[in-house]
Ligand binder design. Structure first.
Ligand code: SAM
Length: 226
């Protein structure tokens, strides 16, 4: 992590942001020897084309936020939890996959865990992180545009995790393709939540706070939709 990033955070938001970033991002890597905290700016992507144009850029979800949503989904679905594939759509360096796998191990939950990342260098880092932690048997990382993946591979009623991966057009195309699976959608920084709702889903839970990293919504198909 570049000290300059901490300096910029401090200038933008005062002490709270760099401190929280250390605890919620950097400390995750220090504890595990992984590489997830460092963001990728648009200039660092050596990518072009429609997927890149519609994409946001890599930054990891905060550790406690992922954990909190694991707990919420576990309670929401109860005994079915292990049958719900967890999919991080735009998985970047794989942090939500790792948090889900670690918490699942502690809870005795055995759901498949899968990440999709179109930018190959990020997907490779995710695989390296997963291998380093001995989680390769638990976690599959697919290098692909999420819009090109056959939704059936997620099984019925998957848990789809998004941390603001793409624009409204891509979100609409993706969500309409997966609605038939009756997923739970966990959407961090849900800037295109209106698109999810227009596709027949309703917000069933929300968290928010002083930073948009804390703003997360859960959606399920509205009764009678799908
Ligand atoms: C804000 S980051 C979130 C990373 C990860 N989900 C996390 O929370 O730590 C969004 C990621 O989505 C990826 N992405 C954007 N559009 C995508 C697409 N169409 N298919 C697959 N990945 C995509 C980006 O490359 C980036 O790594």
């Amino acid at each position: 992590m570049n000290p300059r990033d901490y300096w910029q955070m401090w200038r933008a938001r005062g002490l709270r942001l760099p401190l929280t970033h250390f605890l919620e991002a950097h400390a995750f890597d220090l504890r595990r020897g992984t590489d997830t905290a460092t963001r990728l700016t648009p200039e660092q992507y050596e990518a072009e084309g429609e997927t890149f144009e519609r994409s946001t850029f890599y930054g990891a979800a905060w550790t406690s936020v992922i954990g909190q949503w694991f707990d919420w989904v576990a309670e929401r679905v109860g005994p079915e939890f292990s049958s719900r594939t967890f999919v991080d759509v735009g998985c970047g360096k794989g942090k939500p996959l790792i948090v889900w796998a670690e918490k699942a191990a502690r809870a005795g939950a055995t759901m498949p865990i899968c990440g999709i990342e179109y930018y190959a260098p990020l997907a490779d880092i995710a695989r390296t992180n997963v291998e380093h932690l001995g989680l390769s048997e638990r976690i599959t990382v697919i290098t692909a545009d999420a819009l090109d993946v056959e939704p059936e591979i997620f099984g019925q009623r998957p848990v789809l995790f998004f941390f603001n991966p793409f624009d409204a057009v891509a979100m609409r195309a993706f969500i309409e393709g997966v609605a038939q699976l009756d997923p739970i959608v966990i959407y961090g920084n849900p800037v295109h939540g209106d698109v999810i709702e227009e596709s027949g889903f309703t917000c069933v839970h929300e968290t928010s706070g002083w930073h948009n990293g804390l703003f997360v919504r859960a959606y399920e198909l509205a009764a009678g939709a799908g």
